[in-house]
Design a protein around this ligand. Structure first.
Ligand SMILES: [Zn+2]
Length: 297
């Protein structure tokens, strides 16, 4: 069924002036907040079947938890935890929604956070549970039972765009945070340079990404769900060229994929596996739970 409303601002003005660079009719653009949204899918059943398979296999062919990938992921998460520390001097309870194999939890625990995670992919959750036991739940955050005002911080790295109802999800995130609790959201952004240049060939356009927010829509989302925006910046991830080539092999992009794979084959492994600070078309949004009742509808 064709989508009729923007999932964040609820505008019905979708696709009336669709930018020519977007694939039609797969993506619609909201004329009010600038967000892009998948026109008709994916359905919950399609998403479930995707996550039930080896969803994180794109991280590596054989051992998705190999040392190089783990080190690279932890360097990226170190940046996210630095940002949390900028707004909060002491650590506390932290929930990572979409914790995958637990690299974020390992980095958080090293910094003194009391870490918890939830992961929808059973194969990834199983790996994280080996290290963190019952602190990692396998399932969908929307059905996770957790008491209100429990966590001091919530991390959402590369997960918000997988939910069809971001307002519902963020209101739940707000409810489980203590007063003044923090949320760190890393998400693809349509205002990024790569989205503007690559358009229909933007590597972030994936079947499992339901929507792609603009900066304006992210600010609106937090205001509507009980948060105030602390910062909204271009996200810099630590990514190796070998990892980028692997992802572009898994999610093929015309011209870009063969170029990345060719360059990687020319480089010695010690260079191709080196984590470099790269822009990936994403933003890092930091929010703080606002005083009760401070919602914008
Ligand atoms: Zn909108």
């Amino acid at each position: 069924m064709l989508r009729r409303f923007c999932p964040i601002c609820a505008s019905e003005r979708l696709s009336s002036r669709l930018p020519a660079r977007l694939p039609r009719p797969a993506i619609l653009a909201c004329q009010d907040c600038g967000l892009w949204v998948s026109a008709s899918g994916p359905s919950e059943a399609e998403l479930d079947s995707l996550y039930l398979s080896d969803y994180h296999k794109s991280w590596g062919d054989e051992d998705v938890c190999d040392d190089a990938v783990s080190r690279m992921k932890r360097r990226t998460f170190a940046n996210f935890f630095d940002r949390l520390a900028h707004h909060r001097t002491d650590s506390g309870r932290l929930l990572d929604i979409g914790c995958a194999f637990g690299a974020s939890l390992a980095e958080g625990a090293r910094r003194g956070w009391d870490v918890y995670g939830i992961e929808i992919s059973p194969s990834a959750a199983c790996v994280a549970q080996r290290q963190f036991g019952s602190r990692v739940a396998c399932g969908d955050f929307r059905s996770l039972e957790v008491q209100e005002d429990f966590y001091d911080a919530v991390l959402m790295a590369d997960v918000l765009e997988h939910f069809a109802e971001p307002v519902v999800v963020m209101r739940k995130v707000c409810s489980i945070l203590r007063p003044s609790g923090l949320v760190a959201i890393n998400v693809p952004c349509v205002d990024s340079l790569s989205a503007r240049i690559l358009g229909a060939h933007w590597p972030q356009l994936k079947a499992e990404h339901v929507f792609y927010p603009s900066r304006k829509s992210l600010e609106l989302l937090l205001a509507r769900t009980g948060f105030r925006v602390l910062s909204l910046d271009t996200s810099v991830k630590r990514l190796s060229l070998a990892y980028v080539a692997r992802i572009l092999g898994w999610y093929p992009v015309r011209i870009l994929s063969p170029i990345a794979q060719f360059i990687t084959t020319l480089l010695p492994r010690c260079v191709s596996e080196l984590p470099l600070p790269l822009l990936s078309g994403e933003v890092l949004l930091m929010g703080q739970k606002a005083p009760a009742g401070n919602f914008v509808n």
